[in-house]
Design a protein around this ligand. Structure first.
Ligand code: GSH
Length: 201
């Protein structure tokens, strides 16, 4: 049985969302953040940095949310959460998954780090730079989503999980610029029962 090591309200909701979309059985192992859980000896054997998510599949521990989500889609090709390998749409799925990780996430992490500091130590320039950089990624998505239901067209895919979950994080941090197509897309994603189930706790 697939096993997902998980902390609620973290990047671990991404593979949980994919598992819920797939509708396959899995064990959810909830960990506490910190020494009693994610930073404990047991979990450090699964992920040397003590992070979640980690997927256990046939005795192997796999980390990185994007890699886990794509692997889960590959395990159940009939569910069509990724286009066929070698297709142009598959390349576009890779593009958007990596766009989420490497273009959208860094400004969010920078903004999050500022938000953790006492107010007097926060850099307004760093917050503004994060907002600007994240805004550029949203503008890119606004163009890509014009006339489209999902990033790859009519078919929902793992790319929507990775980008959608990252957009939701940006919205929670109040870094979202006005972007009507992106707003409608996010609202569409939020209606998916699988995402709602993944966010339930
Ligand atoms: N690039 C990794 C980032 C993983 C990560 O930073 N996870 C955070 C939660 S969002 C974590 O495990 N924090 C718990 C800790 O640091 O103890 C991924 O996408 O899976």
């Amino acid at each position: 049985m697939l096993k997902l090591y998980y902390v609620p309200k973290t990047r671990a909701t991404r593979p949980r969302w994919v598992l819920e979309e797939l509708g396959v059985p899995y064990d959810l192992v909830r960990l506490e953040p910190g020494p009693a859980g994610t930073r404990g000896e047991d979990h450090l054997t699964r992920h040397p940095l003590g992070h979640v998510p980690v997927l256990e599949d046939r005795g192997q521990f796999i980390f990185e949310s994007g890699a886990i989500c794509m692997h889960l889609a590959d395990l159940f090709p009939d569910k069509r959460l990724l286009p066929p390998p070698g297709s142009v749409d598959r390349a576009l799925a890779y593009q958007w998954v990596l766009f989420a990780m490497s273009e959208m996430e860094p400004p969010l992490v920078a903004g999050y780090e500022q938000s953790k500091k006492p107010e007097a130590e926060r850099s307004t320039a760093a917050v503004a730079a994060a907002k600007e950089a994240f805004g550029q990624t949203v503008a890119t998505l606004e163009k890509a989503l014009a006339g489209r239901k999902y990033l790859l067209g009519d078919s929902f895919s793992v790319a929507d999980v990775m980008v959608g979950a990252t957009l939701a994080w940006g919205r929670a941090m109040k870094l979202m610029p006005g972007a009507p197509a992106v707003d409608a897309y996010l609202a569409r994603l939020r209606e998916r029962p699988a995402w709602q189930r993944a966010l339930a706790d």
